[in-house]
Design a protein around this ligand. Sequence first.
Ligand SMILES: Cc1cc2nc3c(=O)[nH]c(=O)nc-3n(C[C@H](O)[C@H](O)[C@H](O)COP(=O)(O)OP(=O)(O)OC[C@H]3O[C@@H](n4cnc5c(N)ncnc54)[C@H](O)[C@@H]3O)c2cc1C
Length: 321
Amino acid sequence: MGNGILVLCEQEGGQIKGTALELLGKARELAAQLGGSVTALVMGTSTPTGVKGAQQIWCVDGPDFQAYNTGPWARAVQVAIEKAAPALVLATSTVATRDFFPRLAARLGLGLATEVVDLCVVDGQVLGRRPVYAGKALYDVRVSSDPAIFTARPNSFPVPADLPDAPAPEALDVALTEADRLTRVVDTLAPETDVVDLTEAAVIVSGGRGLKSKENYDSIIRPLAAALGATPGASRAAVDAGFASHGDQVGQTGKVVNPNLYVACGISGAIQHLAGMRTSKVIVAINKDEEAPIFDFATYGIVADLFTICPLLQAEIEDLD
Ligand SMILES: Cc1cc2nc3c(=O)[nH]c(=O)nc-3n(C[C@H](O)[C@H](O)[C@H](O)COP(=O)(O)OP(=O)(O)OC[C@H]3O[C@@H](n4cnc5c(N)ncnc54)[C@H](O)[C@@H]3O)c2cc1C
């Protein structure tokens, strides 16, 4: 039976992401009930900053691990699992973990539950809570393998204020096989924006067909998002109409988001849109149609013309600064 918790921590420019810190906080809470220590595994740097809450940090660095690549990352996490022999492996649900964890779980014969929004210990066993049927229901899942692997949606857990600093990192040596190097990353193109990616954003302001044009999206949604420190998003109708790019689309065929605050402007609340955002902690809907389905899911609903309300909200928020 494994012991302790291994947490895969993603970083950017050496700085540990907030999504990794929330998992480290959760891992500490679970370790207090399960026993064992928390080990942070950081890829692509040997000098990570901001790691907290772990009893040890293992780093995997070198040209093969700088940019995400399926084979090397799967091998590195395999080496870490074999060395740590943990009871539990935790990671954030991201493009990278969605890609390589199924492959690694199959290779090691381990069970994997993805996209959980909560984790707890019941009778000494870890349960993960997963949204299913496009978010219409939640179910609790237990992974019976040793270790169990869970990936969690970003923003599922608060970051505890009192996480202690972690000790100095140690290098984890990972020997790659030829099969691990079947693909090679030749270039990485950064998006032309400095806002947080939608999937990790704590606050999102999304615009729908109700915006009527790209000019309106740019002059209403983007400034309101900037005032809130939010990432702009869009419905598929808005993306199809050219108001925003496909990378901004929230929903079943776009990105699944889980922010603390989701502001939906001129979005009707079709099931395919809800599939991408209904686990948001607080939903504010602005729609001039009081019958719009989005109001059934909104924490706060504003029945009004978005062209009047959004600039007023923006001015109020800017006045708070
Ligand atoms: C297979 C499949 C996958 C899909 N995937 C996605 C997906 O990933 N994401 C997604 O979003 N959709 C997806 N869709 C499309 C989805 O079904 C809806 O068509 C889409 O979400 C509608 O976008 P909308 O709410 O912006 O537009 P509409 O449904 O047209 O709603 C516009 C809303 O704006 C309101 N409005 C208009 N003017 C104003 C104003 N001045 N002030 C305030 N409110 C105003 C209206 O009352 C209305 O409620 C998918 C569909 C299919 C079939």
